[in-house]
Design a binder for this molecule. Structure first.
Ligand SMILES: [Zn+2]
Length: 281
């Protein structure tokens, strides 16, 4: 599932392309569309926000569109703010508009914002901007790296759980934005076993992990996110973090740090977990 770096990359591009565009119509046959599309019509985009893995597009008429793309949601923009339109990634199955386009936001100046979602697991809500923070997912969201998370807060969060550290890192109510790819990589970078009991981590380990999380998320943003599954950016391109992962997806490969371990994979909480048995004891 797209995580903080992927959703942040989408947010940045949406902001670049959409600001100043006015929404002139909304066509939706998406089962997970809540609220009235007509409330968006006539509104001009004035900004974008991100809450963990959730995006909000804010209009100047008091309404916002809030979106969780989940596993396969994709936003594709076509219009005058995109110079030299790149060819569409093959991950945009069916193209735009196509058989997986569930929502079309018509924009002024001949622009379009399409929402595709092959597995239809995402959701879109039209709400008053003042009510965005009341959406349950956002209300329950834990503090975010680059946001309200501090080292002290991180220590407190970890000290309250006896679950495996990897599960805690991915719990959106504990920490906002970290998912499977970046949790795997941060734990490898910090030399911590994904199964280690959260509250038993030592002070130095916690600090190292805190820094590792920020580092891998920054790398993710630098590479425009990871296009392992359906993730694409609003210009229709793919990210490249999948070519730079530290541990994620490296089952059977030698560990480049210790040169002794071979990455192993198992499932923890139902998610693929990769670690070096030698340096993440
Ligand atoms: Zn190793």
């Amino acid at each position: 599932m797209p995580e903080l770096p992927e959703v942040e990359t989408i947010r940045g591009k949406l902001e670049k392309y959409l600001i100043g565009h006015k929404i002139t119509g909304v066509e939706s046959h998406y089962k997970n569309f809540e609220g009235e599309g007509k409330n968006l019509v006539g509104g001009k985009v004035k900004g974008t926000r991100r809450f963990g893995k959730v995006l909000a597009i804010e209009l100047d008429n008091g309404y916002s569109v809030v979106v969780h793309i989940k596993l396969t949601g994709q936003f594709i923009y076509r219009g005058s703010n995109l110079k030299n339109v790149p060819s569409l990634s093959s991950k945009v199955i069916g193209g735009v508009p196509g058989k997986h386009t569930h929502v079309t936001f018509k924009l002024d100046k001949g622009g379009y914002l399409y929402y595709n979602d092959v597995r239809r697991l995402g959701w879109i809500k039209v709400v008053k901007t003042k009510d965005v923070s009341e959406i349950p997912f956002i209300k329950k969201l834990g503090p975010e790296p680059f946001g309200k998370l501090t080292l002290d807060l991180f220590r407190q969060i970890l000290s309250k759980s006896s679950r495996p550290i990897k599960i805690v890192l991915m719990d959106q109510e504990k920490l906002g934005g970290v998912g499977n790819i970046y949790a795997n990589d941060a734990l490898w970078l910090a030399k911590i076993n994904p199964r280690a009991e959260s509250k038993k981590l030592g002070g130095e380990e916690i600090k190292t992990l805190y820094e590792a999380i920020h580092k891998v998320l920054k790398e993710g943003i630098k590479y425009g996110g990871s296009s392992e599954l359906a993730y694409v950016t609003p210009d229709g391109k793919e990210g490249s973090y999948q070519d730079h992962t530290l541990a994620y997806g490296r089952e059977g490969e030698p560990c480049e740090r210790c040169h002794k371990g071979i990455f192993k994979k198992y499932f923890l909480g139902g998610r693929g977990t990769y670690f070096c048995p030698f340096c993440q004891k």
